[in-house]
Design a binder for this molecule. Structure first.
Ligand SMILES: [Zn+2]
Ligand SMILES: [Zn+2]
Length: 166
């Protein structure tokens, strides 16, 4: 699908405007959309879509004051709304076009695709070491109590090594 304005570039944005109950749908390339002053609406849309998928907002991004902007895949002309409806992507380019929306969607489905909230690896390593030393000390005490001095010496060395590296 070519841009309604210039007729040269492939349309990547579907712009819906409702004036006096009359619906106008324009298919525009990004350049022409920006020329029409839709730049802000375009940068807002992925944000609103992300919010929508995160379930954080109830407002419909397509119906802001009777205006709507949808990103269309340059490969097949599908919008992300169509994918939501059918669950099918139109072509391989869709993945690229809707990557941020798809990521949001996946994050929503799989929880989080990032490790958040865990202590940094170095910190947990230290804690691991401390726990290990505590365990060895326990074993050492038991070894001395049961007069296993060879084992005790071994354990003492291990504790020394571990304490050094922690
Ligand atoms: Zn154009
Ligand atoms: Zn496509």
């Amino acid at each position: 699908m070519l841009c309604d304005d210039c007729g040269k570039n492939p349309a990547t944005i579907k712009f819906t405007q409702i004036v006096n109950d009359k619906k106008t749908v324009l298919h525009l390339c990004r350049k022409c959309a920006e020329k029409r002053g839709l730049k802000e609406a375009i940068s807002n849309i992925s944000f609103s879509l992300g919010d929508l998928f995160a379930g954080m907002t109830k407002k419909e991004p397509e119906k802001v004051e009777g205006k709507g902007v949808e990103i269309l895949c340059p490969g097949c002309g599908h919008s992300f709304a169509e994918f939501e409806k059918t669950g099918k992507l139109g072509c391989g380019v869709c993945y690229e076009t809707f990557s941020s929306q798809l990521k949001d969607l996946l994050r929503r489905i799989h929880g989080s695709n990032q490790h958040v909230g865990k202590s940094p690896p170095q910190l947990s390593l230290k804690m691991e070491l401390k726990r290990e030393v505590r365990k060895l000390r326990d074993n050492l005490r038991k070894a001395i109590e049961s007069e296993e001095f060879e084992r005790a010496a071994e354990l003492r060395d291990m504790i020394k090594d571990l304490s050094k590296s922690s």
